[in-house]
Design a protein around this ligand. Structure first.
Ligand code: GLN
Length: 208
């Protein structure tokens, strides 16, 4: 794996927890609050928290356009929970005027899919991309992905609300973009962070 330097958007939400996970993997990680801080990064994590607040702070600090350029320029990005909402091209149940704030990931996200009925819950997810051991996922007022474009790979699902025979998507990947509806940074399981670091590292070797 080549050496990579990651940033974690640090406007609001669970950014410290992501940095702690990356430090456990001996990966250099920096808090990002200014557009210029994106310059020398190989990958970016947009954490969970509250997507409306994070969007408002990003707008106020002039970060929306630089973040769009970063993601739409094909740079490796992982959105967890609120971060996933900000990356979605289409969102329902949101206050952002129906507009994705950053976009780049061709999925439809229901912003508070689980939030309305169950504030938080935990579930063991089968994630073939991470190996045979299920991943114990923590969902907090979590969104779900209700539609994915053909070229977006589904990595994990969970039973739909009210109908155990149906499922909704909770983790996807498209090239250098990864999105999870849950919070791997609140568990002791480093596999999602390792998975993203590998994506960033592969991308860095390919792009020279
Ligand atoms: N549903 C929340 C939102 O709209 C996200 C919750 C989370 O990030 N844990 O931003």
């Amino acid at each position: 794996m080549s050496e990579v330097r990651l940033g974690v958007l640090a406007l609001q939400g669970a950014f410290r927890e992501h940095i702690a996970m990356l430090q456990r993997l001996n990966v250099e990680a920096a808090e990002v609050r200014l557009a210029g801080e994106l310059d020398d990064l190989d990958g970016l994590i947009i954490p969970g928290g509250e997507s409306t607040s994070m969007g408002l702070v990003a707008e106020r600090w002039g970060l929306v356009e630089p973040l769009r350029q970063w993601v739409h320029g094909g740079r490796p990005t992982w959105g967890t929970c609120a971060g996933m909402i900000l990356l979605a091209e289409h969102a329902t149940g949101q206050k952002l005027g129906g507009q994705a704030l950053i976009g780049g990931l061709d999925v439809t996200v229901n912003r508070n899919y689980f939030g309305r009925q169950v504030d938080s819950f935990e579930a063991d997810l089968n994630v073939p991309a991470l190996g045979d051991t299920p991943f114990h996922a923590v969902f907090i007022r979590a969104p779900a992905i209700t539609a994915v474009a053909e070229d977006v790979e589904t990595l994990a699902t969970v039973a739909a609300l009210g109908d155990e025979t149906e499922s909704v998507v909770t983790a996807v990947r498209k090239g250098p973009i990864l999105a999870t509806a849950f919070h791997p940074e609140l568990t002791g399981d480093l596999r999602w962070h390792r998975f993203f670091v590998q994506i960033v590292s592969d991308f860095k070797s390919c792009s020279g």
